[in-house]
Design a protein around this ligand. Structure first.
Ligand code: TXA
Ligand code: MG
Length: 315
């Protein structure tokens, strides 16, 4: 079930079967993006609403160009900088891309993941892969083969083992509007990275309509309630009867040892992103009533962490 046989994974995909694949962000549930039956299986296994479109994964820019009608120059600038990597981009789709991938939209999201095993896989098949995160819809995304196995292992044929995901939260999704970059989902590549490395302007306009239908208010949710609290110590004082799992961004001299997690040693945002989903899963298994965490600093990848926490807290 779990292994590192790329040729076997390729054969399964060619036969229309589903395979979990490693990426640098989170594990994906992969199927042949040009095969309507495989796509149907992805929606079924994830219990994903059909209005929520899927990202197309390809091995390189040249292949990506087959699936879009137009690549604006700003988009080229972005992908030359960040591919392979955690940046996904929304572009006008070509006719080859089935409508079920985009949930009927005229635009498709494309990404070249930065993981050697998955790049090898993408290079030895002759179709793109549709790959949402390899979890049941709305639950915490998987960052290891075991996470995938616990959630949907019984439904799929193979989990391609690429170890733990290096980034740990999903890719950033962007579109280009009037020459500016619009952030549709915060993720592994921060706005600071984008402006520093490309000089492109980031449009700050807040859209009221949902542009990425998957970004619903409740998402990435643990089973038990997760609360974002101003101060963990105050919260515990005010709610003495509640038994909480406590998530801290850095180590401290707290003498309480039970149900405590440190997301990093020293408030390192990359390390926090990397640990977030697996620690949320661990805390979910504690014999506690809830999970509490303080707000994260809103800079760099901290914005993506904030986004995931707020959605997880919405239940
Ligand atoms: O890091 C990632 O992007 C991971 C790995 C596996 O590549 N994939 C991932 O896929 O996060 P998923 O399906 O969990 O999230 C994709 C998001 C959803 O919120 C979806 O609504 C949005 O991208 N999306 C996909 N195609 C779209 C489209 N054509 N228009 C607007 N939003 C789209
Ligand atoms: Mg997802």
């Amino acid at each position: 079930m779990i292994g590192n046989d790329v040729a076997h994974a390729a054969r399964l995909l060619e036969q229309g079967k589903l395979v979990a694949i490693p990426t640098e962000t989170v594990y994906g549930l992969a199927g042949n993006a040009l095969d309507i039956n495989s796509i149907g299986e992805i929606y079924r296994v994830k219990n994903r609403p059909s209005f929520n479109p899927l990202i197309l994964h390809v091995p390189n820019l040249e292949t990506a160009q087959k699936y879009v009608t137009h690549f604006p120059k700003e988009a080229l600038q972005l992908v030359r900088q960040f591919w392979p990597g955690s940046l996904s981009i929304l572009l006008p789709k070509s006719n080859i891309v089935p409508d079920v991938i985009t949930a009927g939209s005229s635009h498709v999201v494309l990404r070249v993941p930065n993981h050697p095993i998955t790049l090898e896989l993408l290079n030895c098949i002759n179709f793109p892969i549709a790959a949402p995160s390899a979890n049941i819809s709305n639950t915490v995304s998987p960052t290891s083969p075991n996470h995938v196995n616990q959630g949907i292992g019984h439904e799929i044929n193979y989990i391609l083992d690429g170890g733990n995901c290096k980034i740990g939260i999903e890719s950033t999704i962007v579109s280009i509007k009037n020459g500016k970059v619009q952030i549709l989902r915060e993720g592994g590549v921060s706005r600071e990275d984008i402006s520093r490395q490309t000089g492109l302007q980031i449009s700050l306009s807040k859209q009221k309509t949902v542009q990425t239908p998957g970004q619903l208010k409740k998402h990435y949710a643990t089973q038990k309630p997760l609360y974002i609290v101003e101060s963990i110590s105050e919260y515990i004082k005010e709610n003495p009867t509640q038994n909480c799992s406590k998530l801290y961004y850095e180590e401290n001299d707290n003498h309480d040892v039970e149900n405590i997690y440190y997301l990093s040693k020293n408030y390192d945002l990359s390390e926090i992103a990397n640990q977030l989903f697996s620690i949320m899963r661990l805390a979910d298994k504690d014999p506690t009533d809830c999970i509490i965490i303080e707000p994260i600093k809103l800079k760099g990848i901290g914005r993506a962490i904030d986004d995931r926490l707020k959605r997880a807290a919405n239940n």
